[in-house]
Design a protein. Structure first.
Length: 411
């Protein structure tokens, strides 16, 4: 029988009523003839609560115990979902990650999936089980301990199962009804997209459109898993939600698919560092060792063998970066004049695969910002994305005017 993967996020399983509602949807797919693998998150708020308990008990916690604790929320919802389905006379069974087993690396709290053997579940499907309810977010390390896949990891669990079982589709049920051209809270003209290409979704996901865990999109792209994002609170139909798919499946699309933003960005500039081989490696090696996630990087032209180096990073990592560079300066590893920090910036990006073949998108974007009197501080581009760093107070204005200028409200 064809396999369908259905993933329910925290708000979709927040209480018994919602679990029943979700179970009914599963029942509909079972009636259509699918064997269904249901992936569940913890009830909403539950994982945060567990993380809080860990922090309170041990600020410098042992990551193995962190995983043992924070993975438990999913165990509860998996069991409850299986029981609910049984109450509806649907043959269902719950599985924790280790029982499948979903094999991962031993990088606790950030583990990566290595393999999902299909024989255990398939044997049960062969015996008449119609729904396997699997606890998302968790797996088993080579050392035999429970691991977790990072916050939002149930999305990645779902896509990995869809790939392993060659599912027809992976439906991600959440509290929004799809992927939008931008955040509807910022631009009321934001439009739900019927389809979006993997690569566009990847850019939007990593730029802070929090619908899907970025890694789940990477995985879906690699294994060509058809992903659908839809709301568990609205009526079900075959066209509901947004399909994240291969670009070949999208006949016609706008040059720009969406405008993304990331609010809490900071910019740091090292004034007057030596311009010679090895300097960038020292700076960014030091930041990386300190656990700083650097995003945009710009190096100025040099004068008299010295240059300025600018980069962006999340605001909550500024202190860490500052400390690391201080240490580097004081121990003589790096000589620079001054470290200038700007903590009031935001990143705004336009994304679209159409940019590969159409020119003028950057020029138009800069014109729009200039017409609004918004100063651009840093620019970076990729094949399908243009990002700018601007003062945070102009972020909403920038998003709205770009959405208008590229007419994203129109299909
Ligand atoms: N429950 C986990 C979290 O809140 C995993 C997930 O829901 O995707 O991050
Ligand atoms: Mg999520």
């Amino acid at each position: 029988m064809p396999v369908l993967v259905m993933k329910f996020g925290g708000t979709s399983v927040a209480n018994l009523d919602r679990i029943r509602r979700a179970a009914k949807r599963v029942g509909v797919e079972v009636a259509k003839g699918y064997d269904v693998i249901v992936i569940v998150s913890a009830m909403s708020g539950e994982t945060n609560k567990l993380v809080g308990l860990v922090d309170e008990t041990s600020p410098l916690y042992d990551a193995r115990e962190y995983d043992a604790i924070v993975s438990s929320g999913e165990n509860v919802t998996a069991g409850l979902m299986a029981l609910t389905l049984q109450e509806m006379d649907v043959p269902a069974r719950s599985w924790q990650g280790w029982q499948v087993p979903l094999l991962t690396t031993s990088a606790h709290s950030q583990a990566r999936i290595e393999e999902i053997p299909t024989d255990n579940l398939n044997a049960k499907f062969g015996e008449g089980m119609r729904v396997a309810v699997v606890a998302g977010f968790q797996g088993l390390s080579p050392e035999g301990r429970i691991t977790t896949l990072g916050r939002g990891g149930s999305d990645t669990t779902a896509v990995a199962f869809a790939a392993a079982f060659e599912a027809e589709r992976c439906d991600i049920y959440t509290d929004v009804d799809g992927v939008y051209t931008t955040d509807p809270r910022i631009s009321p003209k934001a439009r739900k997209l019927d389809k979006i290409a993997f690569e566009e979704m990847l850019e939007l996901a990593s730029l802070g459109a929090k619908v899907l865990q970025t890694r789940s999109v990477e995985l879906a792209m690699r294994y060509k898993v058809k992903l659908r994002v839809l709301s568990s609170f609205e009526e079900q139909s075959d066209e509901a939600g947004t399909l994240v798919c291969d670009e070949e499946e999208i006949m016609e699309s706008n040059v720009v698919a969406g405008v993304a933003y990331s609010r809490d960005e900071a910019k740091m500039t090292l004034l007057s560092v030596a311009d010679r081989p090895g300097i960038a490696s020292i700076i960014f090696g030091c930041l990386s060792d300190a656990g700083v996630n650097v995003d945009m990087i710009v190096q100025n032209i040099s004068e008299d063998g010295r240059t300025d180096m600018t980069y962006s990073l999340p605001t909550d990592q500024v202190k860490r970066a500052e400390q690391a560079l201080d240490v580097l300066k004081n121990d003589g590893g790096l000589n620079f004049q001054e470290l200038v920090i700007d903590e009031d910036v935001a990143k705004v990006s336009v994304v679209g695969i159409g940019m590969r073949s159409q020119s003028g998108v950057a020029a138009k974007m800069f014109k729009v910002l200039s017409d609004e009197g918004i100063n651009i501080k840093v620019i970076t581009t990729s094949e399908i994305k243009i990002s700018v760093l601007i003062d945070r107070k102009y972020m909403e204005l920038a998003v709205q005017s770009l959405h208008d200028a590229f007419e994203l409200e129109k299909a």
